[in-house]
Design a binder for this molecule. Sequence first.
Ligand SMILES: [Zn+2]
Length: 266
Amino acid sequence: MATFRLPVNGIDVVLRPPAGQDDVLLAEADRYEPGLAQALVEALARPADGSALDWAEVTLTDLDAALLAIRRMVLGDHISSSARCAPAEGFAAGPGCGAPIDLGFAIGDYLAQHRPKQPRGVARCDDPAWFALDGADVRFRLPTHRDLAAIAAVPDPERELARRCIRPPDADARVRRRIERAMEALAPNLYGTLEGVCPACGATVHIAFDPQRYVVEELRQRAAFVFEEVHLIAGLYRWSEATILAMPRTRRARYAELIHDARSRG
Ligand SMILES: [Zn+2]
């Protein structure tokens, strides 16, 4: 168990490590799907004060931060990401010598670098979900996960986002740009770019870091043997699936390993 304060809405959540049922959820998906990130956070994080939290109503920043905090609890603070020296698309870089580059970083540092800030000229309204801009008769709120899902399904997402999050929605382009900058400062995007320098040729290399995909894939790998483990343990001890899935993962893996070892010794 760990507690974590969501950076944007300030809610303290209690996190628990994935249990057998969560491993099944992860292992049952054939491939990575963005929906898994929200399902995982819904299962593993709950408000510390016992209230209910609709995770579709939080910002992407808070969802991604919760996911990174879960990863830190389960696998530690250090993310070891590596890349090959190659010219990245859209970035000026050297020719790419192919050498490995370490792009590792600490989750704590990453979250600190992406801490929300309230920009000058932006004030919270009486309804704390809404913000006002100095010198413009306009209100806005931060897009939630639900807003982002809704706009992804329409032909003009920008207009739909304005309709949902800006009052009046037809603010002029200059005001819209100010709102966009304020939204990014209040709820920084944790989908970011990692930068590293090639130790061999000195070229600068960039790779995209998607916290949702990264953490879900990592936890999926960790959960990959859940069915095999249940199969082995149930076969020998005749325990029910529910009993085996209720065990802490380390214990489940330990039993499965013992059975493996005993079989391999013949
Ligand atoms: Zn290089």
